[in-house]
Design a protein around this ligand. Structure first.
Ligand SMILES: Cc1cc2nc3c(=O)[nH]c(=O)nc-3n(C[C@H](O)[C@H](O)[C@H](O)COP(=O)(O)OP(=O)(O)OC[C@H]3O[C@@H](n4cnc5c(N)ncnc54)[C@H](O)[C@@H]3O)c2cc1C
Length: 395
């Protein structure tokens, strides 16, 4: 075990995967999570090869393969007639091209796989960080219940509401993106009559888009129905949604979309927030990762993947030795431009995916059909082929 004591605040996908990367590098790592029990939202997550590469490197390949679904393709379709706009092969061709699988997973399965690999005595639940004292040589976190142990480095992986970010750079509210997402899981047998193939499907229409894919070894169909709203009036960011409201928003869409929504008993509605990119993530011996520093619209399915990359690169930078604060600056220089670029692309997709019928939409569709845009290999290779354990700047 190398001497460095590293505290990670937050046991989401970002914090847990960072902790594993840091443990694998030999550091003395402790994770502090405010919740009393781990519980990811009942929803899916796509794990692209840039992220699965890291997770395989951490020895989780077997566990992922056990619970994940390995889709045949990513299929982007027109909202009403279902016409194919772009169909990007996944499975074998993707693995030949990028070396690692693209998986669709239940978020709880991914979180459980990560948490199970962390020694129990290193995972501290019921620890809500409230303050940080950084004297230049040491960092001391304080939790709601009292002071924590002295650390060499503290990592804020505490999500879009990040307390660590607020303590480093001052309070700032995330901004409502004008989109809400109805999310949910449906037992696969309830939609069997729709003969939905094992692909991730993205239906693009005026003012909204609809995504669905299988998770949980194929037993569940995950859906995300994104619609635009002027305001978000509720206090909470996630709320039990009204399935009837979701169905009404997709009136007139393709029968497969309506068929899926017809099978929904329970849905949660999420307001989608983001924040403008930061120009720095670190201060002294404290840094950020994941949604704490680069929350993004989920329209490239990269939020968790970028968080997983962050942890891997952070571990590499700290393992290079030297002054920890300088290592955190190196980490930030390697990661910030890339995450900012993915953030921007995700935001652009709000407009692209939601174009009303008309000339702009036709131009988009023609470009997609010609290839080289969206999730085509050519367009995403800079994302998918990245090796966060061997980072180079400019990628
Ligand atoms: C609809 C939707 C679909 C998505 N689909 C995908 C996808 O397919 N692929 C993908 O890669 N990404 C996807 N994302 C994005 C992804 O979910 C997030 O980017 C990712 O989960 C962020 O992980 P995180 O660990 O940074 O933050 P979080 O998951 O928010 O975890 C933060 C943790 O910190 C804890 N915490 C907070 N404050 C404190 C504190 N003060 N003290 C201690 N603990 C604290 C929280 O309790 C929480 O456990 C999607 C997002 C949405 C909304």
């Amino acid at each position: 075990m190398r001497g460095l004591r590293v505290g990670v605040v937050g046991a989401g996908i970002g914090g847990l995967s960072a902790a594993l990367s840091l443990l694998a590098a030999g550091f003395d790592v402790h994770v502090y999570e405010q919740a009393r029990a781990l519980g990811e939202a009942g929803a899916g997550v796509q794990v692209s090869p840039n992220a699965s590469r890291v997770l395989y490197g951490l020895g989780l390949g077997g566990e992922l393969a056990r619970t994940a679904v390995r889709p045949l393709a990513l299929h982007q379709r027109r909202w009403d007639d279902g016409r194919t706009l772009l169909r990007t092969p996944l499975a074998d061709p993707l693995e030949e091209r990028f070396g690692f699988p693209h998986y669709q997973m239940h978020r709880a399965d991914l979180q459980a796989a990560l948490a199970a690999a962390i020694p129990a005595e290193r995972l501290h639940l019921g620890h809500r960080l409230v303050a940080i004292a950084d004297d230049g040589d040491r960092v001391r976190p304080s939790f709601a219940g009292g002071a924590g142990q002295e650390l060499d480095v503290l990592v804020g992986a505490d999500g879009i509401h990040s307390t660590v970010r607020g303590l480093l750079f001052g309070p700032e509210r995330p901004r409502f993106t004008g989109c809400v997402a109805y999310r949910g899981l449906i037992a696969a047998e309830r939609v069997r009559d729709l003969s939905i193939e094992v692909t991730a499907q993205v239906w693009m229409g005026p003012g909204g888009h609809f995504v669905h894919y299988y998770v949980g070894s194929g037993r569940l169909l995950n859906f995300v129905a994104v619609v635009e709203r002027d305001t978000w009036g509720r206090e909470s960011w996630t709320d039990r949604g009204d399935a009837g409201e979701a169905r009404a928003a997709y009136d007139g869409w393709h029968p497969q979309v309506r068929g899926i929504l017809a099978a929904v008993d329970e849905t949660f509605v999420w307001a989608l927030f983001d924040r403008p990119p930061l120009d720095r993530w670190s201060s002294g011996r404290v840094t950020l990762l994941g949604d704490a520093c680069h929350p993004m619209l989920p329209f490239m399915a990269q939020g968790a993947a970028q968080a997983i990359e962050d942890g891997a690169t952070l571990a590499v930078c700290l393992a290079e030795g030297g002054d920890p604060a300088e290592a955190l600056s190196r980490y930030e220089r390697l990661r910030l431009p890339r995450a900012t670029r993915v953030q921007a692309l995700s935001a652009d997709n709000k407009t692209r995916f939601h174009l009303p019928d008309g000339a702009d939409q036709r131009a988009r569709d023609e470009a997609m059909t010609a290839g080289g845009t969206d999730f085509s290999y050519r367009a995403v290779e800079w994302i998918y082929e990245h090796d966060a354990t061997a980072p180079r700047s400019g990628h």
